[in-house]
Write a new protein. Structure first.
Length: 131
């Protein structure tokens, strides 16, 4: 049986609200988690646009920090306030790779990114105009 959803159902369903998942970080202690939020379509578009509008020097640096930058965007407390700031990107880049990958993989999944999206973003940022 096929049932077509209404706009009202789509726009008000709690199941379609912004995705969030508590990612266990047992390395910090029992029960410790980092809430990871998926980007909304608008947040994702703004994030991608910002990445593609960088100068050549900034593009090169950002490519090396893409995981950390995704975590700054997606790791938030239960009220939606970012846990990390752009000033902490260097520090995030010095943390354990397996833990960072665990968080990043959830962020990418909840935000709807595919490997092709990441590749496309990298290619587009190669062609971005300089500031």
């Amino acid at each position: 049986m096929r049932v077509i959803a209404t706009a009202e159902q789509f726009l008000t369903s709690p199941e379609l609200a912004q995705a969030k998942k508590d990612v266990p970080v047992p390395e910090l202690g029992p029960g410790m988690v980092i809430p990871v939020w998926g980007m909304t379509p608008r947040e994702r578009s703004a994030w991608e646009d910002k990445q593609s509008q960088l100068s050549e020097a900034k593009r090169a640096k950002h490519k090396l920090q893409v995981r950390e930058r995704i975590l700054v965007e997606c790791c938030r407390n239960d009220d939606g306030v970012q846990l990390f700031t752009a000033d902490q990107i260097e520090q995030l880049g010095k943390r354990r790779g397996d833990v960072i990958e665990r968080l990043v993989n959830v962020a990418l999944d909840l935000s709807g990114f595919s490997e092709q999206d990441i590749d496309k973003l990298a290619k587009n940022s190669d062609a971005a105009p300089e500031d």
